[in-house]
Design a protein around this ligand. Structure first.
Ligand SMILES: Cc1ncc(C[n+]2csc(CCOP(=O)(O)OP(=O)(O)O)c2C)c(N)n1
Ligand SMILES: [Mg+2]
Length: 898
């Protein structure tokens, strides 16, 4: 019976149906009971599944709820013996708890503003320690090791353990969250900031779970393609129960089951709380997660109750406790967790006479010692071991814990636990006593870190355990053997000498990397990735050429098997076809893009997608990729707000370059021509695969077919820098000079505008192809800063300033919002007018769209002439007349207002 409120939504439905014949029900239940007692659980399970089969045949029920009672999945009799020294591990865990707490509280005592978390690690300590002492294998010369995702706000515990292991110094612990200019430790796992320590960023909730799935999958991909022996290696991910509400947390679950990723284990730290309050105050998050994971096809192991409960379960012949558990919502569990034994007796056990009888012999203090399973080394060990042994599917361990475990009144199961970071002296003392730490009164007051001497049994144990598991972790590899990139001329002739052939830049990039795929050295390292758009980008030939990765091969004859380009799935397929999941495809890309670090094997992923569904849709995953020093190509295809003509508002990308420019190690390009594409692909490949630079490349590709010129001699270096002169128009008796900048599919409009200016207006111009405003701005910014701070040095001159000196006006037209070309405006002496595609996209022809957004040749001409009119070089009247002649209505509303 519930104390109050409605039953949890996930209680068995049978409870809600009234029983028309209780005696008959009892008969059935008794039969099962006696079967269980006389023939054992296996027989009972067999009969039940036979009954279920029959019931389904009869159509009795169609949707049994896929969750089990609220108890440990592993019964006591199946629990494996704990191989470690429990007392020792308990002591070590207590010390780590103290140091983690001291680190956060010290930082906040000294600086007040630094933040940090105590309660999350307090809840997950035993989970981490079971992993560290018994399961997480480190990489070394002999083996590749496991990949572990750590719950981000529990990072203090990982630092505190590294301190005991002698990997981090006291000085470093003192610089927790003070990273500027010192030995600082970052708040959460960030490979960018601690590149030899953290492997995977998890600070943004949901990124960890989806990444873990695709990392596990990529291990299989490498194995199946014969590139690396990843058997025996695992991915472990420890995540929060609140975190599981992120869509990304759940997005990879069915893939993990479908591809039988038994090298993957999630451990969900079910402390029932998130930041503001309970995860499911009025329900049961553990049961809900069990349903979700089971439904997705995962093996689910619940670790709910500690060993102290086992005697009670043994005496509970009528399952009164299970009924009580089932009727208790998480909000109440939290309250019970925050209160003492007396309260628990009164408000949990004594609410049901049968349950009350079970604990009749127990005092308040005895009840206090009943722990949740996630704090029990034995229960956790058994679950980890079973997960590791599970064949054919991934496993999730749902470990019930207490947020702020051991923090007592200062935070244990408290609503405010998440943000508690300032403990008073009494609370610290209580913590010390609670965990029996050998720390003096003065040490508590000073919040001293505690590290037993190297000669102590604790340190010896800790080191022995890690040595047995291959070494310390987390630890990140920074480089991998280089991979040679073939000379550009060997595969890109069609692009470098296009001689006016018509093609789109999408066709060019696909052809370029299809050619690269044939290179004996680099080819096998390329990982083409699509999210159900291969045909859109003209990549269908790759299906046959390299095959689609399918871990169990192709179990059907494809409909198009007669065709040259048939849909070929193969166990050693090279193409990753991720279906309609940009988050999944991006996570796949990250797994390949970090392979140099995770596997010591540099791979070159090329993920090609609708550019609008990249930085805008999965921008945070890209940010996390940047953090973990991903190396690879992101190709934003069908790019450009006016170039992807028919698809309309949600598809037309006018902003990705602006966002890309904010990612420090992203090199973003908006090439106009096939040869530019080739030069950038070559440069990027060399930077990443040969130079081992921690940067990745974003390149937009368009689907508009136009004449592709051959590359002007010597343009390579400037294409990479972001700007080169494409053409010069010298008008006879020129009355003025302008500079016209164009990029992507708008460059051809600029080229036309220059011609009109010359022939119709006698205006000379230079046409520049701006392949990357982001790169130009970055270098100009650096030069400006250097010159400001080093006034006595020879001033640096950026490529931008060197290319566009003087005051002749500049008009820059792009298929992106004006803010993108404006990135460079402040570094130039000349008047700078940006034309762009601010506003919502919409469907129409390219010509109509370019007229609407005012980026077509006419508007470029008008913008140039208006600058000259302002300088008195052209009569305003003649320009006004020209605007009319062009059919431009100056009174029409601005496109970004419509
Ligand atoms: C995408 C994202 N949203 C919000 C946050 C802020 N945040 C950090 S921890 C946290 C609560 C986490 O709860 P849970 O996952 O249950 O972990 P616990 O601390 O309870 O172990 C929140 C909301 C974040 N880090 N990332
Ligand atoms: Mg939680």
């Amino acid at each position: 019976m519930l104390a109050r409120g409605n039953p949890p939504a996930n209680l068995p439905r049978v409870a809600a149906v009234s029983d028309s014949d209780p005696a008959e029900t009892a008969d059935w239940l008794d039969s099962l009971d006696s079967l269980f007692r006389h023939s054992g659980p296996a027989r009972a399970e067999f009969i039940l599944s036979a009954l279920e089969h029959k019931a389904r045949e009869l159509g009795v029920f169609s949707d049994a709820l896929p969750f089990s009672p609220y108890r440990n999945t592993i019964p006591l009799e199946k629990q494996s013996p704990f191989p470690g020294d429990i007392e020792m591990e308990t002591r070590i865990t207590a010390i780590i708890r103290w140091n983690a707490l001291a680190m956060v509280v010290r930082a906040n005592r000294a600086y007040g503003e630094l933040g940090g978390h105590v309660a999350s690690y307090a809840s997950v300590a035993e989970i981490f320690e079971v992993g560290f002492n018994h399961f997480f294998r480190a990489a070394n010369e002999a083996e590749g090791g496991d990949l572990v995702f750590f719950q981000p706000h529990s990072a203090p515990g990982v630092y505190a353990r590294a301190f005991l292991e002698g990997r981090l110094s006291e000085e470093q612990l003192n610089c927790y969250r003070r990273e500027i200019g010192g030995a600082g430790l970052c708040s959460y796992p960030h490979p960018w900031l601690m590149p030899e320590f953290w492997q995977t960023p998890t600070g943004s909730m949901g990124i960890g779970p989806i990444s873990a799935v695709y990392q596990a999958r990529f291990m299989r991909y490498l194995r199946d393609r014969g590139l690396a022996d990843t058997d025996g290696r695992r991915v472990w991910g420890v995540f929060g129960d609140g975190e599981m509400d992120e869509p990304e947390s759940l997005a990879g679950l069915s893939l993990a089951a479908r591809e039988k990723l038994d090298n993957l284990t999630f451990v969900i730290n079910c402390n029932l709380q998130r930041l503001d309050g309970p995860v499911r105050g009025n329900g049961q998050i553990i049961q809900e997660l069990e349903m979700v994971f089971r439904g997705a096809g995962w093996n689910v192991i619940k670790v709910l109750w500690g060993s102290e409960w086992d005697v009670l379960f043994a005496r509970d012949a009528t399952h009164a406790l299970l009924r009580r558990f089932a009727a208790t919502v998480d909000g109440k569990y939290q309250t019970l967790g925050a209160k003492d034994g007396a309260y628990n007796l009164a408000h949990f056990f004594e609410e049901d006479p049968e349950v009350c009888a079970l604990v009749a012999h127990m005092s308040d203090r005895d009840v206090d010692t009943l722990k949740r399973g996630g704090h029990d080394f034995r229960k956790l060990f058994s679950a980890f071991e079973l997960a590791q042994a599970s064949m054919g599917r991934p496993t999730v361990i749902l470990a019930k814990t207490k947020k702020g475990f051991g923090m007592g009144g200062a935070g244990e199961s408290r609503m405010t636990a998440h943000q508690t970071k300032k403990l008073d002296i009494d609370a610290l003392r209580a913590f010390r006593d609670r965990f029996a730490l050998p720390i003096s009164e003065e040490q508590v007051e000073r919040l001293d870190f505690y590290r037993p001497p190297d000669s102590s049994a604790e340190i010896a144990y800790l080191r022995e355990r890690r040595a047995a598991l291959g070494g310390s972790l987390p630890a990140r590899r920074r480089s991998a053997p280089k991979v040679a990139v073939p000379p550009l001329a060997s595969y890109a002739d069609f692009a470098l000498h296009a001689e006016g052939r018509t093609m789109s830049t999408t066709t060019a990039i696909v052809r370029l990397f299809s050619n690269l795929l044939k290179d004996k050295t680099l080819g096998p390292r390329i990982v083409p990735i699509v999210a159900d758009e291969a045909r859109t980008f003209g990549m269908a030939n790759l299906f046959r050429q390299i095959g689609i990765y399918a871990p169990f091969g192709q179990a059907y004859e494809p409909e198009d098997s007669e065709s040259m380009l048939y849909y070929k799935e193969a166990k050693d397929g090279q193409l990753l076809e991720e279906g309609i999941s940009e988050a999944g495809a991006l996570s796949s890309w990250v797994a390949a893009a970090t392979s140099y670090s995770v596997h010591g094997l540099a791979m070159l992923p090329i993920y090609i997608f609708y550019s609008m569904f990249g930085f805008q849709r999965v921008g945070d995953l890209i940010w996390a990729a940047a953090d973990q020093r991903a190396r690879g190509f992101l190709i934003g295809a069908t790019a450009g707000r006016t170039t992807l003509s028919g698809e309309g508002l949600q598809h037309q990308d006018g902003s990705s370059h602006l966002i890309a420019a904010t990612v420090p190690n992203c090199r973003a390009y908006d090439p106009a021509f096939a040869y530019e594409m080739a030069v950038i692909l070559d440069h990027g490949s060399r930077m990443m695969m040969e130079e081992g630079r921690d940067e990745f490349f974003y390149i937009t590709a368009m689907n508009e077919n136009y004449a592709q010129p051959s590359m002007p001699p010597g343009a390579e270096a400037d294409i990479v820098k972001g700007l080169y002169r494409f053409a010069s128009h010298v008008a006879e008796n020129s009355r003025a000079d302008v500079r016209l900048l164009g990029s992507g599919a708008i460059l051809p409009e600029v080229i036309e505008a220059a011609r009109i200016l010359e022939t119709d207006w006698g205006v000379s111009s230079e046409v520049w192809s701006a392949t990357s405003y982001a790169e130009l701005a970055r270098e100009a910014r650096e030069a400006e800063r250097h010159n400001r701070l080093n006034l006595l040095d020879e001033p640096l001159v950026s490529h931008l300033a060197a290319s566009l000196p003087g005051r002749a006006p500049i008009v820059a037209a792009s298929d992106y919002v004006r803010a993108y070309p404006q990135l460079v405006a402040s570094y130039l002496d000349a008047r700078f007018v940006a034309l762009g595609t601010d506003g919502f996209g919409r469907s129409d022809t390219r010509q109509a769209l370019r007229a609407f957004f005012e980026v077509d040749r006419r508007h470029i001409v008008v913008a140039a002439l208006a600058c000259l009119a302002d300088e008195g070089l052209i009569a305003r009247e003649s320009l006004a007349e020209a605007i009319g002649r062009f059919g431009i209505n100056g009174h029409a509303a601005a496109p970004w207002t419509i």
